[in-house]
Design a protein around this ligand. Structure first.
Ligand code: HEC
Ligand code: HEC
Length: 471
């Protein structure tokens, strides 16, 4: 009788020789490991790898996806115009199409030194909380800057002054691996000029954000809330300095506080609300969820400019864009079983990256769209906020997210950044010029992981990068 258990024990021991973590066999490829998005996964690794519909969409629903795509991709025009379905851009805006920032459905980047506009990066702004503004802060998450609101719009329709021009300058600093290899990092400094409506509030807080990639968002929305809360509990129980918390944000439709999932500080609860806020703030387009243009009392030309209907974006268009944003598929991983990638995966776990970049989930059984239900997915995020230290801090709170807090971004698809977006600029403001710089910026709750990576030799660094590039 006693023979069987001990033999089983020996087998388990053998399986774990390559490194075991939470029952995951790190030394070998896991079943379906390449299928980052479950059965929604697409087998593409080209320029259009992020622009594909979920693989499990029916032919008919792929047509709906294409309709949503056209409203995401094509520019909106200034009202009044003959194309009434697509007019109403501005008065203040950052770009005329979603796709201008979410380029090829991939990530944006900070503006280069000679760029006339920030385009795929935007700047959020606010001032410290005050008791008089409590009702607004509860719903918006911040105390808006009195003249400029919550976001700087660097474009405007004719007859309306743009709010400002935004430039980025960089200071450099060096970190050194234990083997003596130096890496130069660059820290951005925002330069705001040509303010259209007078000086900014003396206590203004600014936060630069690049557009995140659009893949797998419907799957992230389908992760059960309990799984996110379990991540927080597991981190607290492990007591190793990582203590993620969900953001607590206002849901415009439900009229109550719920957990946040989207945006670099998880300031938005659902894709529908995120999209409606993007239409309103990024493009100056109203929806039934955001019925007013983003003009402050100081912006009279903005308040009196022509509009393109009330709302400018019909419920039907909002719905097709929602369907589109839920169904942008995650591409399959590449090279999952090469020895270098498997070695990199082991190092990823040894450095504690998976504590926050949680590899795997099963999505809920009941989801908004059936394609996202019961999927075994590998996004590499806990969807929680972490204090990432002063180096990455924007000094600006957003709902329950503090001045040093950021939401762990999903890592799926990151190896295709160069192919899809033409660059590898990571982190909320695109300051990292490659994946290793992104890792070396980790501080605060992630300081121990960063320290671990600094001890890696050249071969180990190459293996970690090979793993990240296989995602
Ligand atoms: C001016 C550039 C810009 C435009 C135009 C733009 N976005 Fe974004 N988008 C961003 C940025 C920056 C973020 C991150 C926001 C944050 O952290 O608060 C974002 C975030 C998102 C997210 C959440 C992604 C995530 O990973 O959490 C969705 C969904 C989204 N945008 C949809 C849209 C849609 C739909 C449109 C068009 C209606 C649009 N965006 C237009 C810049 C833009
Ligand atoms: C304490 C939680 C935590 C740990 C541990 C952690 N990360 Fe992160 N990671 C984050 C957060 C939060 C961000 C976003 C920071 C920002 O944008 O300012 C991030 C960003 C990244 C990015 C950039 C992603 C993008 O889309 O811009 C990469 C790459 C990354 N992490 C890899 C790693 C690796 C590799 C490790 C282990 C060595 C690791 N992380 C450990 C929380 C963590």
């Amino acid at each position: 009788m006693s023979v069987i258990p001990s033999r089983l024990g020996a087998t388990l021991l053998a399986l774990c020789l390559g490194g075991c973590d939470d029952g995951v066999r790190l030394g070998e490829t896991e079943p379906d490991e390449a299928l980052a998005g479950g059965t929604t996964t697409v087998w593409r690794d080209d320029l259009n790898a992020f622009a594909q519909p979920s693989a499990n969409l029916s032919h008919e629903r792929k047509v709906d996806f294409s309709v949503g795509n056209s409203f995401f991709r094509s520019p909106w025009v200034i009202a009044p115009a003959t194309t009434t379905a697509r007019d109403g851009l501005g008065p203040l805006f950052n770009a005329s199409a979603c796709q201008n920032c979410h380029i090829k459905d991939g990530r944006g980047h900070p503006p280069g030194p000679d760029a006339p506009n920030a385009v795929s990066m935007l700047v959020r702004l606010s001032i410290p909380d005050t008791a008089q503004q409590a009702a607004i802060i509860e719903r918006v998450g911040v105390n808006p800057e009195p003249r400029y609101g919550t976001q700087l719009q660097d474009m405007a329709v004719p007859g309306v002054r743009p709010e400002a021009k935004v430039r980025v300058e960089y200071d450099t600093l060096t970190v050194t691996f234990d083997d003596g290899t130096p890496v130069e990092l660059r820290k951005p400094r925002l330069v705001i000029t040509q303010l259209g409506y007078g000086p900014l509030h003396p206590q203004v807080m600014l936060s630069a954000r690049v557009a995140p990639p659009m893949i797998g968002l419907g799957l992230l929305e389908a992760i059960p809330e309990q799984a996110i809360l379990d991540n927080a509990q597991a981190q607290a129980a492990a007591d190793k300095g990582v203590r993620g918390r969900p953001n607590q944000v206002w849901d415009d439709t439900l009229g109550k506080v719920v957990i946040g999932r989207f945006g670099w500080k998880a300031g938005q609860p659902t894709l529908e609300q995120q999209n409606a806020h993007a239409f309103a703030n990024d493009m100056g387009l109203t929806t039934h969820l955001q019925p007013r243009d983003d003009c402050t009392a100081a912006q009279s030309e903005c308040l009196s400019a022509a509009h393109g209907g009330r709302p400018e974006v019909s419920d039907n268009i909002l719905r097709t864009v929602l369907f589109y944003t839920r169904n942008l598929a995650v591409p399959a991983r590449r090279d999952v079983s090469t020895p270098q990638v498997l070695a990199g995966k082991r190092l990823f776990h040894q450095a504690g990256c998976q504590t926050c970049h949680v590899p795997q989930y099963t999505t809920a059984a009941r989801t908004a769209e059936p394609e996202q239900a019961n999927q075994n997915i590998r996004p590499y995020t806990d969807l929680l906020l972490h204090d990432m230290g002063p180096g990455l801090a924007d000094g600006r709170s957003e709902f329950a997210a503090g001045p040093q807090d950021w939401r762990t971004p999903p890592l799926w698809g990151m190896g295709l950044s160069e192919t899809v977006s033409g660059h590898t600029q990571y982190l909320h403001d695109g300051r990292a010029r490659n994946a290793m710089e992104a890792v070396l910026w980790h501080g605060g709750e992630a300081a121990a992981s960063q320290r671990h990576v600094l001890s890696f030799n050249a071969g180990q660094r190459a293996a970690l990068l090979a793993f990240l590039n296989s995602l």
